[in-house]
Design a protein around this ligand. Sequence first.
Ligand SMILES: Nc1ncnc2c1ncn2[C@@H]1O[C@H](COP(=O)(O)OP(=O)(O)OP(=O)(O)O)[C@@H](O)[C@H]1O
Ligand SMILES: [Mg+2]
Length: 262
Amino acid sequence: MGKIIAIVNQKGGVGKTTTTMNLGYALAEKGKKVLLVDFDPQSSLTICMGYDDPDGLPCTIAILMQHMMEDTELPKEYVFHQQRNGISLDCIPCCLELSAIEVSLVNTVCRESILKGILQEQKHKYDYIIVDCSPSLGMLTINALAAAQSVIIPVTPEYLSAKGLEILLKNILRVKRKINPSLEIEGILFTMYKERMRLTQTVEEIIRNTYEKEVPVFSVRIPCSIKVGESTLQSQTIMQYAASNKAAAAYQELAREVVNHE
Ligand SMILES: Nc1ncnc2c1ncn2[C@@H]1O[C@H](COP(=O)(O)OP(=O)(O)OP(=O)(O)O)[C@@H](O)[C@H]1O
Ligand SMILES: [Mg+2]
């Protein structure tokens, strides 16, 4: 049975989408069967995966959510299959319509479990299902937390992200208590890490000292590199775009840590 990992942080621009795509690819490189799910109406992951016009796609997670909410049958085929350097990477894309779905979730029965119902159908086909969340703590993120076995929290080492982390952890614990008791925190992941910056080190220390007793923090840190931004613009992973880049090695190390955690 596949493990569902949600990539969550209500703060924007911390590397959720980049981590989803690169961790997914790094796991697939290790021979794992991986499904990526874009669960953010901004559809950044969908675009990064090379689908430039998300709203023109025949089937997205928004349409699947609609079916689930109306209790109608899902389409037969809705997973997109890709081959990258001979490595298979599957995804369920997203489109802007998902923001309208979030609004209508409010009046839906079992509104927290709609995504879970969809992923339940896919779980047996994959080793890992990675869900890229939107930068909010609304109903969509609650759905992702309700469906997931574990959470990765990308964090950029700066003061404000330490504050936001507190609020996020509180919310994760609330979901665990009320909806999904087996939910675990896979780890806090430092992204866009600038080794030589004092502030980076100070904030890392604060976060490790404050949380490491209760919440795992990945020992690997994803370095900041202009190549990472360039790779996404080319719809590539950093392993494809610049295999010798430090961020590529870091994402491969992250994949190792995730697999070893089994
Ligand atoms: N390690 C890195 N080094 C340099 N730039 C990075 C790195 N990781 C991500 N970026 C860049 O930072 C920006 C934000 O990254 P990303 O889109 O992954 O964040 P996000 O948390 O998904 O954002 P949002 O909350 O809007 O969904 C992007 O332009 C991305 O290319
Ligand atoms: Mg994103």
